[in-house]
Design a protein around this ligand. Structure first.
Ligand code: GLN
Length: 488
């Protein structure tokens, strides 16, 4: 077999099962691809080639012993890349920040423990916006990642490295995290599929915390079927994360029936119009119409508090971030900048090793949480968050899921928005709402505008990943946008 780097997870798994390829051959092919394109893409912060080959050899050995029938999981022997905000035992985890440049976690995040147990192979840690704060991966302390469709443009963010690594065929799947859109927006801008599970569906233990009431980990890959395979492994309750729920985890692959007749899809009117590139709107509407052609029922709905989502998110997320990031003081983690006293050292360390966007968020969050302002900002934002959640609840009384655009624009040029935080924040206008309500969101590629990918977002009811996966998969059975690859 040639071109192993082009295999989807599902195709690689079939080839492994048939004995046509080995995990070592697949891993070597991907490492060769990484060596060839990484100088142009910069998706990785750390490569773990040695460990990956060792894991691949172990996976192959296990496979040859299990011919007798003991079934191997669907991602056994499959190489994956991991966003560098997810703790990996013995492997540097930087959050793309100088303040954690030398931090090597002594433990694995639960998602890593589960993938490891399932036989996955880890190729390395991917670039992102510093502490996952951003929408372009330009806030990385270690230089931006480039969009494989046009290397003068951003891959989106914050999981830009995880998305670009897949789009550049450096790896067939990856893990990202999503606090306000960080899996979905880069998936859309890189022309691949991505899933943010329901808050509580996947353990956050070992994810470096940004906004604890919002953070979720989830998969990125070419196809919805591949996302389902990864979700199956990482989903479920975890004694180390009290916010995971004890709901049973359904068989996601079995949910992909290809049949969406009679499914009721809501189209929220607030998600179209102002601020949106016409090509993105057109492409999204065409994709939604295609779902109608597949037998789904399309229903106009209204989510009236949508316009408050952005200001509300930018109070809640920085408030939580300012508390979560208080622990980086140069004492326990990462490097320390010398000073004249303990306080001087802490000030110098935080002042010089956090990047500008992270410092901005810490200041915003500290302000809105401070005595005298707390009620006016943080408490009020939590109340508005409830209104946003109620909007969804009302819509879901009549529809099974929602279909919306993912990002108002296609991938923008590197440098275009770095000096304009508000313009950057507006990138997430369509993804923040589901985050605020804790809902699952799936993105599937649905066409191109100006030769750049556009993604369709499907938002589901709480813990109903199965329905959005089924609809996304049905869409992919009748289109081939998800199989288009950039020529790098
Ligand atoms: N872009 C948003 C932010 O900067 C969301 C980031 C995320 O989901 N991690 O906060």
């Amino acid at each position: 077999m040639s071109d192993l780097h082009l295999l989807t997870i599902t195709a690689a798994r079939a080839a492994l099962d048939a004995g046509d390829i080995t995990s070592v051959a697949l891993t070597e092919a991907l490492l060769a691809r990484i060596a060839a394109v990484e100088p142009r893409v910069h998706a990785f912060l750390t490569l773990t080639a040695e460990q990956a080959l060792e894991q691949a050899r172990a996976a192959d050995a296990q496979r040859s012993h299990s011919r007798s029938g003991q079934a191997l999981g669907p991602i056994h022997g499959i190489p994956l890349a991991i966003k560098d905000v997810i703790c990996t035992s013995g492997i540097r985890t930087t959050c793309a920040s100088h303040i954690l440049e030398t931090f090597v976690p002594p433990y694995d995040a639960t998602v890593i423990t589960r993938l490891r147990a399932a036989g996955a192979v880890f190729l390395g840690k991917t670039n992102c916006d510093e502490f996952a704060m951003g929408s372009s991966t330009e806030n990385s302390g270690f230089g931006p990642t480039r969009n494989p469709w046009d290397v003068s443009r951003v891959p989106g963010g914050s999981s830009g490295g995880s998305a670009a690594a897949v789009a550049a065929s450096e790896v067939p799947g990856s893990l990202g995290t999503d606090t306000g859109g960080s899996i979905r927006q880069p998936a859309a801008l890189c022309g691949i599929s991505g899933l943010k599970p329901t808050y509580g569906r996947v353990s956050r233990y070992g994810l470096v915390a940004f906004g604890s009431s919002l953070d979720q980990a989830g998969p990125l890959a070419w196809t919805v079927a591949d996302l389902a395979l990864i979700l199956q492994v990482i989903a479920g309750t975890d004694p180390f994360d009290g916010t995971t729920v004890p709901h049973a985890v359904p068989d996601y692959h079995a949910a992909l029936t290809g049949d969406i007749r009679g499914v009721r899809i809501g189209i929220p009117q607030e998600y179209f119009g102002e601020g949106m590139e016409p090509g993105v709107e057109q492409t999204t509407r065409t994709a939604i119409a295609a779902l109608g052609d597949l037998g789904a029922e399309l229903v106009e709905v209204s989510l009236p508090h949508t316009r408050y989502a952005l200001p509300t998110y930018y109070i809640i997320a920085p408030a939580e971030a300012s508390a979560n990031l208080a622990r980086y003081d140069g004492v326990r983690y990462g490097p320390r900048v010398a000073g004249n006293s303990m306080w001087d050292e802490i000030e110098r360390t935080r002042g010089s090793l956090f990047g500008p966007e992270v410092r901005r968020r810490i200041m915003l969050g500290t302000y809105t949480l401070s005595a005298g302002y707390y009620d006016a900002y943080y408490k009020r934002a939590q109340q508005v968050r409830t209104l946003i959640r109620n909007d969804f609840q009302q819509a879901f009384a009549t529809v099974d899921l929602l279909a919306t655009p993912t990002s108002p624009t296609v991938a923008f040029p590197i440098g275009q928005k770095v000096d304009d935080p508000l313009a950057m924040y507006l990138s997430d206008i369509f993804t923040l709402t589901a985050s605020m309500a804790g809902l699952p969101g799936l993105v599937v590629p649905c066409g191109f505008s100006c030769n750049l990918p556009v993604g369709l977002q499907l938002i589901g009811k709480p813990f109903d990943e199965a329905t959005i996966l089924r609809v996304g998969d049905a869409y992919q059975r009748s289109t081939d946008w998800h199989m288009q690859r950039p020529t790098l």
